[in-house]
Write a protein that binds this ligand. Sequence first.
Ligand SMILES: C[S@@+](CC[C@H](N)C(=O)[O-])C[C@H]1O[C@@H](n2cnc3c(N)ncnc32)[C@H](O)[C@@H]1O
Length: 246
Amino acid sequence: MSKVLSNASNSELQRRTTVAEQLRGSTIPNSELLDNLGLYLRRQNLSRILYIHDLYKQIIDVHGIIMEFGVRWGQNLALYQSFRGIYEPYNYNRKIVGFDTFEGFISVDPEDGMLAKVGDYAVSENYEVQLSELLDFHEKESPIPHLKKYELVKGDASETILDYLKRHPETIISLAYFDFDLYKPTRDCLQAIMEHTTKGTIIAFDELNFSSFPGETEALKEVIGLNTYAIKRSPLNPLCSYIVIN
Ligand SMILES: C[S@@+](CC[C@H](N)C(=O)[O-])C[C@H]1O[C@@H](n2cnc3c(N)ncnc32)[C@H](O)[C@@H]1O
């Protein structure tokens, strides 16, 4: 299993493993299991979902697509799909695009400090196929299911972002969510997307001001600066932050 950074104590990790085992071994019938997921969600999981919900609500009146930089298992993509279905079910223009290697970190730079290592945050083999099936499922739970409104872009995002924008020069971005944890892909993608933002675009970050992954702050400092826009936060999460282009 690939390395994932956690600040949880050993006893917290043990309790969480036990609950995950209970979920896998649950006697709740399949027909009712998804209706009862709240039984297993921790406060922190719920905070995260509420945070993504808060961001989504802020972009409802901003035209453009959503890009997630660093997808991993893809929960945020599924959440964006559900929030689109709830708040703007007929906005088939709100495409959701996820960038990832689906192989974890493929390189790290001196700007990334001592903790990040090649191979961290890898997923299981061909996971993107499983993720596509899940995203297809969520698409079918909302109106206009015959139009595919998401795209997974596999590979090094420093390169794939340029190719994507070449294929889609019409792109306007309403929300860009940065969660690579790393300096170089964050810098390159930030540089590439800036001319595709508008007033009201949210650029969100998962690891600013975080000593375990210093590269993300460095990338923001280099491309936009730390005092160009207010770096806002929410009480729902200690690490997440965002800027609003104005
Ligand atoms: C912390 S995880 C993302 C977590 C996810 N956003 C979530 O909320 O669960 C970081 C992801 O960035 C991806 N990543 C790192 N460097 C990358 C690069 N150069 N190109 C594409 N993806 C990259 C990794 O494969 C990993 O899946």
